[in-house]
Design a protein around this ligand. Structure first.
Ligand SMILES: C[S@@+](CC[C@H](N)C(=O)[O-])C[C@H]1O[C@@H](n2cnc3c(N)ncnc32)[C@H](O)[C@@H]1O
Length: 256
């Protein structure tokens, strides 16, 4: 039997790694590092840095692999993601067949935590369902971008006793502020906060959290949203890519 470790590595700061994650990486014979595009070039660099900092066993090796790109033309969103996952599953299957021998362990270094807007777990399950390679796997948690955002802004995530909704830019209009007083927005390529027109909304925004390029801006949404838009565009032009996340909130602790 082969073994897979799906290891959460945090969101850019090598010190986000837990002791459990470091120990797990040191049990692996092979460390799989995804590469893809300009953003991924820097993210792959962070993963290499993590391996060189923390992996002390001399006999493990790094295998870099290209992640297939999602095709969107003439496909619904669900069809496009399903096809993309199938292509990644084929890539993983090849890695397991060609890079690991019986009894060996391979580790996937997953950005943030594997349970949050990440499909490594479901893709690994997809590979298992193919029944072409026998393996077991475990998941090691990591620090998410939500935790990094809350820590950088020094805020609790939720209002006292209140729920939090985690959503994407594409679906923000369904949730905040009418359904949830607190919404965390990830994967927002359209700056959906610009369409929220509520004088009582606050925003806590962060980009490149945990990395040396980290930027954070907070305030009343109506007052700071243009600043965020400008900073975001400038940073994106400067670095060639951006990852950002924000929390929108309305109301206060102990308010009914
Ligand atoms: C595919 S999801 C992966 C989330 C990851 N698994 C986690 O635990 O945070 C990518 C999204 O996470 C957020 N994100 C991840 N890392 C980030 C960072 N360092 N700074 C800001 N946002 C980040 C952004 O919203 C980005 O679009």
């Amino acid at each position: 039997m082969k073994n897979i470790l799906i290891v959460g590595i945090g969101t850019g700061n090598p010190e986000h790694l837990t002791v459990q994650a470091i120990n797990a990486l040191n049990t692996a014979n092979v460390l799989f590092i995804p590469t893809k595009g300009e953003a991924k070039a820097q993210l792959a660099g962070i993963r290499r840095d993590i391996v060189s900092r923390y992996v002390t066993r001399a006999d493990s090796r790094v295998v870099e692999f290209a992640v297939p790109v999602r095709q969107t033309a003439e496909r619904s969103y669900h069809h496009s993601v399903d096809q993309w996952h199938a292509a990644i599953a084929t890539a993983y299957e090849r890695l397991l067949l060609e890079e690991l021998v019986e009894g060996q362990t391979g580790a996937f270094l997953v950005w943030g935590d594997p349970m949050l807007y990440d499909s490594t777990i479901r893709i690994v399950e997809r590979v298992r369902a193919l029944e072409t390679v026998a393996f077991d796997y475990s998941v090691i948690p990591g620090i998410t971008s939500i935790q990094a955002l809350a820590a950088s802004h020094r805020i609790p995530l939720n209002l006292v006793g209140k729920p939090v909704e985690i959503t994407t830019g594409r679906r923000l209009s369904e949730s905040f502020p009418q359904r949830s007083e607190t919404a965390v927005v990830m994967l927002d390529g359209e700056q959906a906060f610009m369409k929220i027109d509520d004088p009582d909304a606050w925003i806590y925004w962060g980009a490149y959290l945990g990395t040396e390029q980290e930027i954070v801006i907070s305030g009343r949404l109506a007052d700071v949203r243009d600043d965020i838009l400008k900073s975001r565009a400038e940073a994106r032009a400067r670095h060639g890519w951006i990852m950002d996340i924000y929390l929108l909130q309305k109301g206060a602790d102990f308010e009914e």
